[in-house]
Design a protein around this ligand. Structure first.
Ligand code: NOJ
Length: 494
């Protein structure tokens, strides 16, 4: 019943089949699927791996995970990676996006001892991918900081961790220089900092709203830049790969044409996406972010802004540390301006000063973390081009979450059709330099605080079955055919 209503809503929103873009994807366009170590690997303490902040969080705070589960086994990909690669091959994909677990390579967090068993696991995985002609797209940090660095140094609130990340990156660049060309330093800095060190909703659960998250943001950006420069100076000439940071954002649609609401929507984008993208693509934090946090900090009695400043040297060092723009996208929000909150305890939401909501007719838009609004992706792609120039954009994540897990997932097919059609519109109508689309995900996984309670995979996994058998959903067949035909409907034109 739920699915029926869902599909109907998609049709009533104007994403019926006849409105899907019927151009072929350009021949150079690439298709991929994504995953992350904590979410699929399992083997959490196996062969020398140590505890990450998410292992620790799930074990020590089960009440913070929807189903009180842990990622101890997850999809057991540590043992079943060959099955994962076989699925990727069967789908005819160009890239397989995965992440390396820092705790598998450097168990202490420091570059003092390389864990050969961990290295071998990824070497085997890369060899398996190579054998079927699929390129790895590799994230170095997908949220799994070694717990030791949280305990000993305070994690991402300590700038020394940025140096340690750079050391870890150098180790990986060296170890896997023959295997990987497409690198991602850090995945979704906003979630790492705002949820990890602001609201405390994510691991490591530090609550420091309006303070910790900004300190974390600067340290993450510096960590990224250090890793980028190491690659540039020591590996680029021989490895000829590419490096970027992956940043997530919803699209912010102004609630009305008023200048105030237009500005509010822009402000929301700058506080969410610009906070990370601006230093890298333009130089320094966005001005609106600098100004608002400085003003409120002063009124709150702080001697300096809660947003740590970049020095001129740091601005120059960070600016330009990208080879493409990596985008994760899951939602659209309506945005209006609100009156500034009274001065009191600092908070990120008070710094932004907007109200956001989802339209009830958008599937899941009325209250979930994601919403199904394909035109939001198109607007976002156009905004990225306008804001950051004609940079190559790689969509590194986009996908549909549901709570049913049903195999006949027609609603996921409609979702991919709608979002991929928005990509075609952006490429052909708006001239956006979009090269790649990555679906999240090929397989159900451990979804952080939602545990095993939500499903995003094109393959179903029964997490109570010790074999963790992968079973294709209907969407896997549709996606496979789409990759093969490069077309979203029955007949396409060039
Ligand atoms: C973004 C994160 O990068 C990924 O780890 C997560 O599973 C997806 N969102 C879906 O929730």
């Amino acid at each position: 019943m739920k699915v029926f209503v869902f599909v109907l809503s998609l049709i009533s929103l104007g994403f019926a089949d006849d409105e899907i873009n019927s151009r072929y994807f350009p021949k150079s366009f690439k298709f991929a699927v994504a995953n992350a170590a904590t979410q699929i690997e399992g083997g959490w303490l196996e062969d020398g791996k140590t505890e990450s902040i998410w292992d620790h969080f799930a074990h020590t705070h089960p009440e913070k995970i929807g189903d009180h589960s842990t990622p101890d086994i997850a999809c057991d990909s540590y043992h079943k990676y060959k099955e994962d690669v076989a699925m990727v091959k069967a789908m005819g994909l160009d890239y397989y996006r995965l992440s390396i677990a820092w705790t598998r390579i450097l168990p202490t967090g420091y570059p003092d001892k390389i864990n050969q068993a961990g290295v071998q696991y990824y070497k085997n995985l890369f060899a398996e991918l190579k054998a079927v002609n699929v390129e790895p797209m590799v994230t170095l940090y997908h949220w799994d900081l070694p717990q030791a660095l949280e305990d000993e140094l305070g994690g991402w609130l300590n700038e020394t961790v940025a140096d340690l990340f750079a050391e870890y990156a150098r180790v990986c660049f060296e170890l896997f220089k023959d295997d990987v060309k497409m690198w991602i330093t850090i995945n979704e800095p906003k979630q790492v900092c705002q949820a990890g060190y602001g609201s405390g909703y994510y691991a490591p659960g530090v609550v420091s709203d309006g303070i910790g998250e900004y300190i974390c943001s600067k340290n993450l950006i510096m960590a990224h830049a250090k890793a980028y420069h190491i690659y540039d100076n020591e590996f680029r000439a021989t490895n000829q790969g590419r490096v970027t940071m992956v940043i997530d954002t919803s699209w912010s649609e102004p609630g009305s044409d008023s200048a105030e609401n237009q500005e509010a929507a822009e402000r929301a984008l700058q506080f969410g996406f610009g906070l990370y993208a601006n230093p890298i693509f333009i130089g320094n934090w966005p001005q609106v972010v600098i100004d608002r946090i400085a003003q409120r900090s002063e009124l709150e009695g702080f001697a300096t802004s809660r947003l740590p400043a970049f020095t001129d040297e740091e601005i120059a060092y960070v600016k330009g540390t990208y080879d493409y723009l990596g985008l994760n996208h899951y939602a659209t929000k309506m945005v209006n301006a609100t009156a500034d909150a009274p001065i009191g305890d600092p908070a990120y939401w008070k710094d932004i000063s907007v109200s956001t909501w989802g339209k009830p007719e958008w599937p899941n838009g009325a209250g979930d973390w994601f919403s199904v609004v394909p035109w939001g992706l198109r607007h976002l792609l156009v905004w990225l081009k306008k804001t950051y120039g004609d940079v190559e954009i790689v969509i590194t994540e986009n996908g549909l979450s549901d709570t049913t897990g049903i195999i006949e997932d027609d609603h996921r097919i409609s979702y991919y059709q709608g979002y991929l059609s928005a990509c075609l519109d952006a490429i052909y109508e708006d001239g956006v330099n979009l090269s790649t689309y990555t679906a999240w995900s090929i397989i159900d996984d451990w979804e952080w605080t939602s545990g095993y309670g939500i499903f995003l995979g094109m393959h179903y996994v029964n997490f109570t079955d010790p074999e963790r058998t992968r079973i294709p959903r209907k969407s896997a067949g549709w996606f496979t055919n789409m990759v093969k035909t490069r077309c979203l409907v029955d007949t396409c034109t060039e």
